[in-house]
Design a protein around this ligand. Structure first.
Ligand SMILES: *Cc1c(COP(=O)(O)O)cnc(C)c1O
Length: 228
């Protein structure tokens, strides 16, 4: 619609409702590099992308001190595009993808932080693990041998609905998953501390329910246009 977005103002407004201790990921998927630079010049450093090649090319072209998060479903054959630049991958939904990230990170002598993505929404289509699947990964000998991934916490997406009660219930479920894993697998592990939940429409509820990372796109950069 050609609506003028003032990215800097949007960020400033948003930051008044995101507490200091909560990491704000500016979701820049589909948005041009100029938009990211505008946020960068306003002091923002953490950006989220959901396509591997797009993250790769933006990381190549934009300042080096940007912290890149990958937030979308990741295929094993795409890990190589982001392994040198990504800081945190939110979307671990199989042992296979984790093994490939470990392998690629090793090539770059890096450690890549990862979140276990849980299926918390009612919708069938969203990716994510069940608790049983997550525990299977964490108990596997393959996982025990990994040296180049760090499991930093959990991620989830709530159902797309106006029903706040429903959304809150799902975020609470994710918090319970986090607590369960912390207690059972990561009690002495200082890295396992993140709960990534909340987007433009539901981030306030997510923060109330214990989010440590929120992922916000349209409130900062405006609506996305997928038609190109
Ligand atoms: C696109 C996306 C977001 C941001 O969505 P907005 O509603 O624009 O804030 C957050 N998380 C994931 C996983 C996404 O794909």
């Amino acid at each position: 619609m050609g609506r003028e977005m003032n990215i800097k103002e949007n960020l400033q407004t948003l930051k008044t409702s995101v507490p200091e201790g909560v990491c704000l990921v500016a979701v820049s998927k589909t948005k041009p590099e100029e938009d990211i630079l505008e946020a960068y010049e306003a002091g923002h450093r953490v950006f989220g992308e959901n396509k591997a090649r797009e993250l790769q090319s933006k990381a190549n072209n934009l300042p080096n001190d940007i912290v890149w998060h990958f937030i979308g479903h990741l295929q094993t054959n795409k890990v190589k595009y982001i392994a040198s630049s990504v800081d945190l991958i939110h979307s671990i939904d199989s042992l296979k993808i984790l093994m490939e990230i470990d392998r690629q990170a090793k090539q770059y002598k890096r450690r890549i932080q990862c979140l276990l993505q849980f299926h918390i929404a009612e919708e069938e289509t969203k990716f994510g693990l069940s608790m049983e699947e997550a525990e299977e990964i964490l108990s596997s000998t393959e996982f025990m041998k990994m040296e180049n991934v760090i499991i930093s916490g959990v991620m989830g997406m709530a159902t797309y609905t106006d029903d706040e009660g429903q959304i809150r219930k799902e975020f609470r479920q994710l918090k319970r998953y986090f607590d369960h894993l912390k207690q059972g697998y990561f009690s002495d592990n200082k890295h396992f501390k993140e709960i990534s939940m909340g987007m433009s429409g539901d981030y306030k509820i997510a923060i109330e329910e214990g989010a440590t990372i929120v992922r916000i796109g349209s409130l900062i950069f405006g609506e996305r246009n997928y038609s190109k």
